[in-house]
Design a protein around this ligand. Structure first.
Ligand SMILES: [Mn+2]
Length: 466
């Protein structure tokens, strides 16, 4: 493969743009400052970029952060020649350009988020010191077809074909941004093909079980949460022994016919548990396996978890190929899965409060309330009523995470509207998407808030005759 970018049929205008960015890196003689987002995609981007830049023989300094604040930009000392901002930056391109002009340096922005209606990217020929690359300027869907890691990997390839080994982390970054659902598309699909062609990944169709062994995969499974199996090690052991599957081997090593039988068994069991058919069907997708790292989703969520738990640098080491860091990050991923499952099992035991059109419960961990609400709605409780998880914030405000599903949204549900209006009416606020939204309001307004939600959801679902 002479030119992987050509092989992947990356659109020519984007290739040229990558060339402009590569030229900036190649003309740098001292040090590069890299700033990236601290989620799974951002950490993967940062790792790919720094590795590619390091391989050019350049020094680099990398930071991963939540948002790029004006004061961060103001405090940048200029001890570098080139600034690379990834998985963020398109919404701050003007400020970035202003700052690099002040410092007399240049910048590359690799972002896949909104461009706020701008028609074209910032270009070095504009005289603003910035090369901006964003798939949205090339009719590529930045939400599903290209992540920050995708762009970082393409730039790495433009610098040297040797960087092809970073393809696994490109897709891990995209997966962490949920760009693999229902399947990798556009630029991600091209990289998927490259990774398979070069033997970095293998794929198989089925449910996205993850774990270092079949036993762990089934016991810790939360999405799907299989009532009667998830969290019940002895039930899993007896199921596997009936199917003559060794519980301790990796998923990858189970004979294909046995794996097929196991997957069908779980498929039927989920339907029998009353889970909506389209949700169960959507669980069947293409799953990837790396000979080095195991299931791609474990790698992706291990890196993502590092960011979430304030250990972005551990995730960064994983992308750099540190296998000890990988094993540690993976261990934490499974501990987190078990923790989430504990919250789900507790919810199952304690139940939820059902009103006419919604269901709700209180929980302590505000951070995980959206996750628990979604899983409890999809897999455990009434699938026809949206679920609200409510946590007491320590600022005197109730924090609500609400989750529905696409089926309910087709019937008229719009939780974004419900959360905004009910939140405001209760003296707070809220908003979000039709299927997932949040609200906040003072402690003593809970009853009023729930009444409004119940009434509004009822109206929405009746209006469309659902
Ligand atoms: Mn991203």
């Amino acid at each position: 493969m002479e030119d992987p970018l050509k092989w992947m049929k990356v659109p020519q205008p984007l290739v040229e743009r990558l060339g402009d960015a590569a030229a900036l890196i190649e003309s740098t003689s001292s040090s590069v400052r890299i700033i990236s987002h601290y989620d799974g995609d951002g950490i993967s981007s940062a790792g790919i970029l720094s590795k590619a830049i390091g391989r050019q023989g350049l020094r680099f300094h990398t930071t991963m952060t939540n948002i790029l604040k004006d004061q961060d930009m103001a405090s940048m000392d200029g001890g570098f020649e080139l600034l690379v901002v990834s998985d963020m930056g398109s919404s701050q391109v003007e400020a970035i350009s202003h700052r690099v002009m002040e410092l007399g340096v240049r910048a590359i922005i690799l972002d896949h988020h909104n461009v706020n209606g701008r028609k074209g990217p910032y270009s070095i020929s504009d005289g603003g010191g910035v090369v901006e690359i964003n798939p949205r300027f090339y009719n590529i869907d930045g939400t599903s077809g290209c992540s920050g890691a995708t762009l970082s990997f393409l730039l790495a390839l433009r610098l040297s074909t040797d960087n092809i080994d970073l393809c696994t982390f490109s897709l891990a970054g995209s997966l962490a941004d949920r760009q693999h659902v229902p399947s990798f598309s556009e630029l991600n699909y091209s990289i998927r093909n490259l990774a398979m062609e070069k033997g970095y990944l293998r794929s198989s169709r089925g449910m996205p079980f993850s774990g270092r062994s079949v036993l762990e995969a089934l016991v810790t499974s939360n999405d799907p949460f299989i009532d009667g199996i998830s969290g019940d090690e002895s039930a899993v052991r007896s199921l596997l022994s009936q199917m003559a599957i060794n519980p301790l081997v990796p998923m990858e090593d189970v004979e294909p016919e046995k794996m097929k039988a196991l997957q069908s068994y779980i498929y039927i069991r989920l339907l029998r548990n009353g889970v909506k058919r389209y949700i169960v069907n959507e669980l069947f997708r293409e799953n990837f396996h790396s000979p080095e790292y195991g299931p791609l989703q474990d790698l992706a969520y291990a890196i993502d978890g590092c960011g979430r738990f304030g250990k972005a640098s551990l995730g960064f080491q994983v992308v750099w190929g540190d296998m000890d860091a990988f094993r540690q990050a993976l261990e934490e991923r499974f501990q987190n899965k078990v923790h989430i499952q504990g919250l789900l099992l507790r919810r199952k035991e304690e139940g939820v409060n059902g009103l006419h059109n919604i269901q709700w419960f209180m929980m302590e961990e505000e951070k995980l309330s959206g996750t628990i609400a979604g899983l409890a709605h999809n897999y455990i409780f009434d699938h026809d009523k949206p679920m609200l998880a409510i946590a007491k914030g320590n600022d005197g405000q109730m924090k609500v995470s609400s989750r529905g599903d696409r089926d309910l949204c087709v019937k008229g549900l719009d939780l974004g509207v419900v959360m905004r209006e009910a939140g405001m009416k209760a003296g707070g606020g809220g908003g979000g998407h039709d299927v997932a939204a949040g609200a906040h309001f003072p402690y003593d307004k809970l009853d009023e808030f729930l009444d409004t939600c119940d009434r509004m959801v009822g109206e929405q679902l009746r209006k469309k005759g659902g």
